[in-house]
Design a protein around this ligand. Sequence first.
Ligand code: NAG
Ligand code: NAG
Ligand code: NAG
Ligand code: NAG
Length: 290
Amino acid sequence: MLRTSVIQIIVIYFTQIQYLITARSPLGYNDRPIIGIVTQEASHHLRTTYNNAYSSYIAASYVKYVESAGARVVPIRLGRSRSYYEDIMNKINGVIFPGGSTNFTTRNGFFDTVGKIYRIATRMNEQGDYIPLWGTCLGFEAMTYVAAGDVDVRVECTGGNNVALPLNFTNNFNESKLFKHAPKGIINILKNEPVTANFHKLCVTKKKLKEVNLSNTYHVLTVNYDDSGLRYISTMEHFNMPFYATQFHPEKNSFEWATRLKGIPHSKNAIRVGQYFANFFVDEGIKIDN
Ligand SMILES: *[C@@H]1O[C@H](CO)[C@@H](O)[C@H](O)[C@H]1NC(C)=O
Ligand SMILES: *[C@@H]1O[C@H](CO)[C@@H](O)[C@H](O)[C@H]1NC(C)=O
Ligand SMILES: *[C@@H]1O[C@H](CO)[C@@H](O)[C@H](O)[C@H]1NC(C)=O
Ligand SMILES: *[C@@H]1O[C@H](CO)[C@@H](O)[C@H](O)[C@H]1NC(C)=O
């Protein structure tokens, strides 16, 4: 009897060691990554369409986008307790703040949730963990809102809704984490072809970023111009943390097919750049924490 338990303990101990060794992975990175995607409040239109059956959702394209790069997805709910977010952040390898059309003002809504996660991720990264964040469209706007100390820095802009655009790279883009290892072909496509899906009526400018003292926090990597020539930020990354944000939607190119939306490019090159961003973000997520 005693012998059995000792053997059992040894077996358990051994399997746990095995597990730890596998978790640390001989590959030198985590090959079983999990990315959290924050849910969005359902818009009035969605609520009506589904007869008020749902109050929040995640667009399938974000899930497929993450899965296409070899990670699994968990949803992150809105309006939960601080311990819920602390707990989930310790179990995942990165977070995406998706696009949508919700208010800053909804209490315990999308923006509050982005704020909570942003602050937890900041602390975790400062303490030597490596946990990347990615904001797309409204998620990008929410990141600037939170980083600015809950200040809405957006301005109205035109010509950015339902349109595919190339990007204008800034001077030092090639020194960014996001683009420094990008194949030349990907940069050329992004520079010259309309491969980024834009669905926004509000923009964040460099001037606004400066006004809220974020110019030394976020590195602007690409800009676009609205119909009146207003220059706005289309890609940025945090100087010190693995935080990335795009005004455009890289997840749409491969996974959204509504024919009424002419702003979603499906060319071969558009698919390649969408995959570049997906792979980049999941590669950030699989880095083994210190
Ligand atoms: C946004 O807030 C306004 C009032 O502040 C409200 O009328 C509107 O329904 C809200 N929209 C959403 C999507 O929650
Ligand atoms: C922005 O990029 C587009 C596409 O490459 C180009 O036609 C345009 O001249 C650029 N604008 C500026 C101000 O550099
Ligand atoms: C980035 O490009 C500039 C020229 O635009 C060049 O001087 C610099 O060496 C490049 N940096 C890297 C890391 O490639
Ligand atoms: C602006 O941000 C820098 C850090 O990037 C900080 O040292 C400085 O105190 C900030 N200034 C104001 C006015 O908030």
